[in-house]
Design a protein around this ligand. Structure first.
Ligand code: GSH
Length: 108
């Protein structure tokens, strides 16, 4: 499957990392300045994710309402792995501590 675009409908939506390994598609509501967004991106990049679709709520304010409606959360980042709403940076870091993040990032 070609990389890029919004993951919808299935966690089978995927991209490839720089080693050609299939990875789940990542979508993240974010701002350009938020430290938690930066940490989330750093963690994802460290895991080999090369493509993150950023939905910039600072650049496009109506996206914030969409984020709240979609996630029930008001803070950024809000991270999706495929169609799975993971939550914020702390939630994703907790998944990593529990050893569950790598398998989620690997597309089935
Ligand atoms: N525990 C959250 C903290 C996220 C957070 O505090 N984000 C700030 C920006 S860095 C935010 O969205 N603040 C807006 C608000 O609290 O309404 C996480 O790890 O994602």
């Amino acid at each position: 499957m070609a990389s890029g675009g919004i993951a919808r409908g299935s966690r089978l939506s995927a991209g490839f990392n720089k080693n050609g390994i299939v990875m789940a598609r990542i979508r993240m509501y974010a701002t350009g300045w938020c430290p938690y967004c930066i940490r989330a991106e750093q963690l994802l990049r460290a895991k080999g994710v090369t493509e993150i679709e950023k939905l910039r709520v600072d650049v496009d304010p109506p996206l914030k309402d969409k984020m709240i409606a979609e996630t029930g959360r008001r803070t950024v980042p809000q991270i999706f792995i495929g169609d799975l709403h993971v939550g914020g940076f702390d939630d994703m870091a907790e998944l990593d501590r529990r050893g569950e993040l790598d398998s989620l990032l690997s597309a089935p």
